[in-house]
Each structure stands twice: as structure tokens, then as C-alpha cells.
Design a protein around this ligand. Structure first.
Ligand SMILES: [Zn+2]
Length: 334
């Protein structure tokens, strides 16, 4: 199926449910002939579309991990029409470390796509997903949150695409999730994202920003679990009707680089606004105290665009250049 060195006993064409692992060659000082196991579940029943569902692309984002561990365990093949491929902990080394990046190679899984055969472990996993799994998928759902670094108003998100037919269908699927916001974003921190790669292949691709570690709780997990099921129902992979989107659901975008406010200096961030508050260009959204010169006037963090505050620093101590605020505006056409 692929030229990946990753081995699995999973047969993606077999009917029924299989819970297993991807075995990634990885040596440790204590284990020379060793494989690292990445959990995978497949449920297939008859003809129908394939959805690829991913959690733990960033290790410290547990919303998708909990959602997909539950879904994979609970689903009965009779409830499915088509196929679900579920990777609850794509970057399991990072998930076990409670970290955004893999502790085995220091890499960000969501900058490693499409990956290479002879790559470090993060790139090898990305390569397997790119070579073996994405070609099978019609729908790709990559469940993220802000982890420990950013807080977010809960959203289902995507890039703005030149292919309007694909884009319109992705917005339709995103609305069906039932989150309060559908968020159209730009890449301001590098390339190699899993959703960008899936979008480029023409897949119906949804990302999410379902809060953050500090917003992790029963209601956010309900939004994750219900949302995945709503999207699967939209495509007939699960039976039943999707719940209607919540009243007041908005499509918003952060389309300008200046919508992503980077910390001008390192320090302790004092926010002036709550998420959802209106912001005017030129307004300070907070200020940064120097830990080295605590009684020097703090450095203001100024918005360069107007809109509403959608994302905010998730931990008060921030580094120079870290995104500490995201500003969005409603998109009129939806
Ligand atoms: Zn993430």
C-alpha cells in the first residue's frame, strides 16, 4: 500500500472493526530492536465514504484524543455505512509528554506533512498518513485546540481555498459540526500542516480549535464528540440527522497577517480584554511586564486591525514573537 517502513496488521479493506497500532521503527537506549506504537482504529461496513479522524496531532491537545478513544471503543460496525479510520493520538510521544512537540525528535507533527520515508519519527508518521491513509479518505477531520499556548472561542476551521466548490462544501460541513464559530484562517507560522496538505488533495478537510487546556471540560468535550458525529451524519457514515447548528453561529475570518498579534517582547502578559470583545485598530489588547525589570513601564500589545478578539495567550508567561491575540471579522457571504 505504501513505501513506508511503518508496519500494521490493520487491513483497511476488511469489514468490521479493528483496533490496533501502527508500528514505527524507533530505537531507544534501552531497546534496540524496537517499534513505537501509534494507536489506530478502523470501522468499515459496506460501501460509502471514508472519514479519517485524527486527534493528538499536537500532544497537549486532548479534546480529539478523548473523543476518538471513546468513538473507536464504542462504535458498532452496524452503526456505520462506509469507513472510519481513527488515529486518536497521532503524535503519541508528545501526548504522553503533555507537550505540543514530540520529545523524541523535537518536531511539530503539524509542520511535518507530507513527510518522508527516511525521516525522524514525526516525519515518518506524517509520511504514512500521507501515503497510506489520505488517499483512502473523502473527509479528513483533524481535531485541535489551543493546548497550553492559546485560548480560543470554539471553532471548526479551514483555509480559504481557490477551489470554491471544495471550499463551500467544507464550510457546509463545518457548520454542521455545530460549533459557535466557523473560522477561516491563514498560515502565519510555517508550512507542512496536515489540513493544508489534505486540502491540497481536494479532501473535505476540517480542523478545529476547541478551546484550550484551560477550557478543557465536559461541555467542550461534548462539542467535540457531538460535532464529529454531526459531520459523519451529514455524509451518511452514521445514521440519523445532524443536529441543527446553534442559533447565532458565525463564519469569521482572520485574513490579514496583522490579525495575528505577536508579542513584541518576552514577559508576563496582562490581558485587557475577554475573548469575544470588540477591538479597534490601535487599541492595546494587553501589556507585557519584563521579568528582568518589573518596575519599568510594561510594553503595550497593540492591535493593528479591528474586529473581535477570538484567541488569546493561553499561559501568562510568553516569549517574544508568540501569538498572544487573534482578531477575526464576520464573513458576510454565509
Ligand atoms: Zn494544534
Amino acid at each position: 500500500m505504501s513505501d513506508s517502513p511503518i508496519f500494521t496488521t490493520i487491513d483497511y479493506e476488511r469489514e468490521g472493526k479493528q483496533l490496533g497500532v501502527l508500528q514505527v521503527p524507533q530505537s531507544f537506549n534501552t531497546a534496540g530492536w524496537a517499534n513505537y506504537f501509534i494507536p489506530i482504529g478502523v470501522v468499515k461496513n459496506g460501501a460509502g465514504p471514508t472519514a479519517l479522524l485524527i486527534g493528538g496531532n499536537h500532544g497537549d491537545e486532548y479534546e480529539g484524543q478523548v473523543t476518538l478513544m471513546n468513538l473507536a471503543r464504542e462504535l458498532d460496525p452496524a452503526q456505520v455505512q462506509g469507513r472510519l479510520i481513527m488515529l486518536p493520538m497521532l503524535n503519541r510521544p508528545a501526548a504522553e509528554a503533555g507537550a505540543r512537540l514530540s520529545p523524541l525528535d523535537g518536531r511539530n507533527m503539524n509542520r511535518a506533512f507530507p513527510g518522508r520515508r527516511n525521516d525522524t519519527i514525526t516525519g515518518q508518521i506524517a509520511h504514512y498518513v500521507s501515503q497510506a491513509l489520505l488517499p483512502l479518505a473523502d473527509i479528513v477531520i483533524d481535531i485541535h485546540s489551543g493546548g497550553r499556548t492559546l485560548q480560543f472561542l470554539p471553532s471548526v476551521n479551514m483555509h480559504n481555498l481557490a477551489n470554491r466548490q471544495q471550499f463551500d462544501e467544507m464550510v457546509r460541513a463545518a457548520k454542521a459540526w455545530g460549533a459557535p464559530y466557523v473560522f477561516i484562517y491563514e498560515d502565519v507560522a510555517g508550512e507542512g500542516l496536515l489540513p493544508s496538505y489534505a486540502e491540497s488533495l481536494g479532501k473535505i478537510t476540517l480542523g478545529t480549535e476547541l478551546g484550550s487546556a484551560s477550557q478543557f471540560g465536559a461541555s467542550m468535550l461534548r462539542l467535540a464528540a457531538d460535532g464529529v458525529k454531526n459531520v459523519l451524519r451529514l455524509y451518511g457514515i452514521l445514521s440519523g440527522e445532524s443536529a441543527p447548528p446553534p442559533a447565532g453561529q458565525q463564519v469569521v475570518e482572520a485574513s490579514q497577517r496583522d490579525d495575528y498579534i505577536m508579542a513584541p517582547v518576552s514577559g508576563v502578559f496582562e490581558p485587557f480584554l475577554e475573548m469575544g470583545d470588540s477591538v479597534a485598530a490601535g487599541q492595546a489588547i494587553g501589556q507585557l511586564f519584563s521579568t528582568e525589570q518589573p518596575f519599568v513601564s510594561p510594553t503595550p500589545v497593540v492591535a493593528r486591525t479591528s474586529g473581535i478578539l477570538f484567541g488569546r495567550a493561553g499561559f501568562p508567561l510568553v516569549q517574544q514573537g508568540a501569538c498572544v491575540g487573534t482578531i477575526v471579522r464576520p464573513v458576510g457571504d454565509f
